[in-house]
Design a binder for this molecule. Structure first.
Ligand SMILES: Nc1ncnc2c1ncn2[C@@H]1O[C@H](COP(=O)(O)OP(=O)(O)OP(=O)(O)O)[C@@H](O)[C@H]1O
Ligand SMILES: [Mg+2]
Length: 502
């Protein structure tokens, strides 16, 4: 299979998403498609998958011009698409989702349930997933939904699989399983297009790269000929992004105290103090209870026992609205499922937290709302031509930026951020880090839940490493090394054989 996209241009109204882009992919190839948020990656892939039509340009498959690419034509040609946003129907069973629109029927035209369940089982096993094909999708947590989405692409014979940020919701183990499958498929001759903002992933799995910037084709080549520095410069152009700042010990005034927090089955007896202006990172491996802790701190998960004090007063955790009003803001993980309200516009999505916690009037003043939105765009730039458009018209990373600004608007004392840079490009990541630093300079306190060591190292004054539902170690800046984090995250200090490390 050899696919060529030539001179692709795409306008959405007045927005130019792509201009004269060329892209080629061959069999036996994993091709990394790179670019900052809004660079045009998903748009280019949606054109290849027949979901949208280009304003100009041509697609050739094995040398033949495709007059008009449609979803069904793409499918006929063996093109499979794992979309950036989840596309599963929650009310349907897993196998029904896998076969949605492509149901198997027997000789007399009746749905062949047995065969579909059988095949679904096989493909889930390939992904090492112990999911019963007959269970409803609604009962799966996000990362497993993402894996079902991936399974859907693997279910049918294919020539090309497009993966648009498939790993953002996955754990490291799940990513490794996925990568092994990808390598196997490539060796069988299948082409894969892989979109990710994570450099280590791109460098470990991809053979070739193509970089887009602001809708323009920048460069294609082999990953073996570049390193992460070169890749970053290709992505951001001549913008300067990397700044270090000085971290100082800020442990004076206590803002928030957690006392013996327990949530049965997830975490146990967690106590700590958060100080004014402090950036506290909490990390660990999958299943460490970290996510549940982040929810509990915001009143979104019921505590079995324990208390939280904010500026000396006990927090009433029964209602998220009242937690917000007390001065705690939260950026939850998994934007796709937890943050975005798909039927609302960009500006309404931006405003929802403000209306819950701050708005006092009975009516909403549209002009003021837009004004607040524009002011916050000066802090984090959101790429949109009209804030009254649906949020879903934004690129994935720009949606995440809307969510971040939503919470900054509240001017809370404490910000809890769970995986705040999910789906955000390298350049913007540094903007968010700078922002976190500025918030802390202004006396705000932050608790950042993250599994990315470089991120933690850049922003944290102090770091807790969780293991099996408790805080296994507290590391200050001097002790904050990747090795230490791994050591405590795996429980090696209590269960390992090699004793203590320095
Ligand atoms: N349906 C749409 N309507 C209007 N504008 C759109 C639509 N889809 C995409 N755009 C715009 O086209 C540009 C490219 O978006 P695209 O989703 O392709 O970016 P991306 O490279 O996938 O970014 P990300 O990494 O954030 O997902 C953005 O400016 C986006 O707002
Ligand atoms: Mg995208």
């Amino acid at each position: 299979m050899h696919i060529e996209m030539k001179g692709i241009t795409k306008y959405f109204g007045a927005v130019k998403a792509l201009e004269n882009v060329n892209f080629t992919i061959n069999s036996h190839e994993i091709h990394g498609l790179m670019g900052e948020n809004g660079a045009g990656k998903s748009t280019l892939m949606n054109i290849l998958g027949g979901a949208i039509q280009p304003t100009e340009g041509e697609i050739y498959i094995n040398g033949d011009l495709i007059e008009k690419m449609t979803i069904s034509l793409a499918t006929e040609n063996g093109i499979r698409f794992i979309h950036q946003e989840l596309n599963l129907v929650n009310d349907l069973k897993v196998y029904e989702n896998l076969y949605l629109g492509e149901e198997l029927t027997n000789k007399i035209g009746i749905l062949d349930k047995k065969q579909m369940i059988e095949n679904s089982k096989d493909v889930l096993e390939k992904l090492k997933l112990d999911i019963d094909p007959s269970m409803p999708v609604s009962e799966l947590e996000t990362s497993r939904k993402q894996l079902v989405e991936i399974a859907k692409a693997l279910l049918f014979e294919s020539e090309l699989i497009i993966m648009d940020e498939p790993t953002t919701a996955l754990t490291n183990t799940e990513i490794e399983i996925l990568f092994n499958i990808m390598r196997k498929l490539r060796d069988e001759g299948i082409s894969i297009i892989f979109i990710s903002h994570k450099m280590p992933e791109l460098f470990s799995i991809c053979d070739k790269y193509t970089v887009l910037r602001d809708g323009l084709f920048i460069e294609s080549g082999n990953f073996k000929d570049i390193d992460e520095h070169i890749a970053t410069s290709l992505l951001v152009g001549d913008r300067v992004i990397d700044t270090e700042w000085i971290k100082e010990d800020k442990r004076e005034e206590v803002i928030l105290s957690a006392r013996s927090l327990t949530c049965a089955g997830f975490f146990n007896d967690v106590s700590f103090d958060l100080h004014k202006g402090e950036v506290l990172a909490i990390t660990g491996l999958h299943g460490d209870g970290r996510s549940e802790l982040s929810e509990a701190l915001f009143g979104a998960r019921h505590l079995t026992s324990g208390k939280i004090f904010l500026k000396g007063n006990e927090l009433k955790l029964t209602n998220i609205g009242s937690v917000m009003k007390s001065g705690i803001g939260m950026i939850p993980r998994n934007r796709k499922e937890r943050s975005i309200i798909k039927d609302l516009s960009v500006v309404n999505n931006f405003s929802v937290a403000y209306f819950v916690a701050k708005h006092k009037k009975a009516f909403i003043n549209d002009k003021k709302e837009i004004k607040r939105f524009n002011r916050s765009r000066q802090i984090i730039d959101i790429k949109t031509d009209d804030p009254n458009n649906y949020i879903t018209s934004l690129s994935g990373g720009n949606q995440q930026k809307v969510i971040v600004s939503r919470w900054l608007e509240l001017d809370s004392d404490v910000y809890i951020m769970d995986n705040p840079t999910q789906g955000i490009d390298v350049g913007t990541k540094f903007e968010i880090y700078r922002l976190i630093n500025e918030l802390s300079q202004r006396g705000k306190s932050l608790i950042i839940f993250s599994a990315e060591f470089p991120e933690i190292h850049r922003i944290a004054d102090r770091c807790f490493v969780m293991y099996k539902g408790h805080i296994n170690a507290e590391l200050n800046r001097d002790q904050l090394t990747e090795r230490n984090v791994m050591y405590y995250a795996t429980g090696s200090n209590t269960e390992g054989i090699n004793g203590k490390i320095s």
